[in-house]
Design a protein around this ligand. Structure first.
Ligand SMILES: Cc1ncc(C[n+]2csc(CCOP(=O)(O)OP(=O)(O)O)c2C)c(N)n1
Ligand SMILES: [Mg+2]
Length: 563
């Protein structure tokens, strides 16, 4: 129907139809927001309305959904929950994840009159969104929703916030002459693949081919562009090793001979050593931020660099460039591959030997930890077991802190069909993000790795996963505390902290498997390294939410970054 038909529809009907039209399968929220829309979702669509135990958790679920599928994740809160939801968008913002948040907001008739539960929430969404807007008139729902999907998915993706008039967004019950028009192109990342300028491609390629010790640092932009295959093909054609950011870990299998691992702060020694030996660093889809460069020490600023990115404002932000290429990673890499001079690889024979040595030196140094039989279990052993036993199509979802360090540095993807997603810094992100990932990809195994402090944050959502039978598997590296904090408190106490200082970062002992069982999930407690792989197999076969509680050593500290 074209406008001018004079047929009025409610905002709720149009919103429900449009969400279905964009291919949304789940929305995550805490009631009560857009109540009429939820009724229409039930009448008109098959969209699952996952109500969970906190707005931050809802945002993390939407974020996990988005990162696993490339489709925008939808989360919602009424006015009083809006800032909890905004807090949850922070990780999505940092990770360039396309999350769309709906909140209830103010009514012009009553604002500034001390309305129950009301503050002006909009400014709080400003630092965590690419677009932050209000819908005051029901007739604006269609075009604003289209703009939300457009902004969330284009360029470097990211979160969007739409505030609907009324504390619960009651503007959705009003009627107007509206069209439920959907632009399907914007229903997933990337909607466009901008082609690079040919001269820029040749300039970058020329530098890579002339270099004797070049290295590629691939970031989340390569992941968003689904350009792993092209990346590995170019690396092979030019015999150029690849380091990744933590966010880009799954763009090349860790077992590939040209992979040196994750570079930066939560990293692998071989990656930092390789990047600091390089005579040319090629950043692709990377913010060149503090985490990936260990605060601009790896590589040092001034190291000859080239950069490929879809966002022009990223090019050269932190490293002076010898060449800059603007475009979609997959398209740029394919263009470079098409013109690559494979005879140039002879120049890099010595470098490739050095890379092989860095790889084997790393393994030799950590072999004892990776294969450790000590009790309580060494976390590196968990990572090593996961490398060997993770299904070929698994999505691995990892929390921050020690979880990020252990898995970033010690775990390897074996197959290009395996995925890896990580918290961009928020403790507690991984468990709900894993629920979102499993909702988005029900046919793929989803395995979460989190510490116990991270798991405590959103533990109530075990019940959510059970209620919706969203069968993610969560491994808890349970050491009875947040022991990444140990080094920091030692420093704060001027050497070694007091015994009493441990009350700052330790908890009561907890058996999360037992707790999970009480909440209706499968719970498995693991106390011996040999039981890790069977527990994973059992949990994956159970086809219901599972928590594997692994008792580990509170004294085990992950290796810190080398420079
Ligand atoms: C929202 C948030 N608050 C605080 C921190 C700081 N932080 C980083 S790691 C950590 C403790 C992690 O503990 P746990 O998840 O049990 O892992 P462990 O270090 O014990 O392996 C804390 C508090 C953070 N990253 N995010
Ligand atoms: Mg812990």
């Amino acid at each position: 129907m074209k406008l001018g038909h004079n047929v009025k529809r409610t905002g709720a009907e149009v919103l429900a139809d449009m969400l279905a039209g964009y291919g949304v399968t789940h929305v995550f929220m805490v009631p009560a927001v857009l109540r009429r829309t939820f009724a229409e979702l039930e009448r008109r669509t098959t969209i699952a309305r996952v109500h969970c135990h906190g707005e931050k958790s809802a945002a993390y679920m939407a974020d996990g959904y988005a990162r696993a599928s490339g489709k925008p994740g939808i989360c919602m809160a009424q006015v009083i929950g809006a800032l909890n939801l905004a807090a949850g968008l922070r990780d999505a913002y940092l990770a360039h994840s396309p999350v769309i948040a709906f909140t209830g907001g103010r009514d012009p008739k009553t604002k500034f009159r001390k309305v129950y539960q009301e503050v002006d929430d909009v400014p709080a969404f400003e630092p965590v969104t690419k677009m932050n807007a209000t819908i005051d008139d029901v007739a604006r729902i269609p075009d604003m929703l289209r703009q939300a999907f457009r902004v969330a998915t284009t360029g470097a993706p990211g979160p969007v916030h739409l505030q609907f008039r009324g504390n619960e967004g009651q503007v959705d019950v009003e009627e107007a002459e509206m069209e439920a028009l959907v632009e399907a192109q914007f229903s997933r990342v990337p909607p466009f693949r901008p082609a690079p300028n040919a001269a820029q491609v040749m300039a970058a390629l020329d530098l890579l081919q002339k270099a004797e010790r070049p290295i590629i640092v691939a970031g989340g932009g390569v992941r968003a562009s689904d350009a792993g295959r092209e990346l590995v093909a170019l690396a092979e054609a030019l015999q150029t090793p690849v380091a990744t950011s933590l966010n880009g870990k799954d763009v090349i299998p860790g077992t590939h001979p040209l992979s040196v691992g994750v570079v930066g702060s939560y990293s692998r020694e071989s990656a930092n050593r390789a990047v600091n030996r390089a005579d040319l660093v090629c950043f692709i889809g990377s913010e060149t931020g503090g985490m990936t460069t260990h605060f601009w020490q790896v590589p040092a600023i001034g190291t000859p660099a080239i950069q490929i990115d879809i966002a022009p404002e990223s090019l050269g932000r932190n490293f002076p460039l010898q060449a800059a290429v603007l475009g979609d990673a997959k398209t740029v890499l394919a263009a470079m591959l098409a013109s690559a001079d494979k005879t140039s690889t002879a120049r890099r024979a010595a470098w490739i030997k050095e890379i092989a040595a860095l790889r084997s030196d790393w393994y030799a140094k950590y072999k004892a930890d990776l294969e450790s039989d000590v009790l309580p279990i060494h976390p590196a052993r968990i990572c090593h077991e996961l490398t060997q036993h993770m299904p070929d199509d698994a999505i691995v979802v990892v929390d921050t802190g020690h979880a990020g360090m252990w898995m970033g540095g010690m775990y390897d993807l074996r197959e290009p069909t395996q995925s890896y997603m990580r918290s961009a810094g928020h403790l507690g992100w991984a468990f709900p993000a894993g629920i979102g990932a499993k909702a988005a990809c029900p046919d793929r195994p989803v395995v979460v790795f989190t510490g116990d402090a991270g798991f405590w944050y959103h533990i109530a959502d075990i019940e959510t996963a059970v209620r919706w039978n969203i069968a993610s598997v969560t491994l808890v590296n349970n050491n009875g505390g947040g022991n990444q904090s140990k080094r920091g408190f030692d420093r704060a106490y001027g050497g070694e902290q007091t015994a009493k200082a441990r009350e700052l970062w330790t908890y009561n002992a907890m058996n999360f498997a037992k707790l999970a069982e009480d909440m209706g999930a499968l719970g498995i407690r693991v106390e011996k390294p040999a039981d890790i792989a069977p527990a994973l197999a059992k949990a994956l076969a159970a086809k219901r939410p599972a928590i594997i509680d692994i008792a580990t050593d509170i004294e085990a500290l992950a290796p810190t970054a080398v420079t």
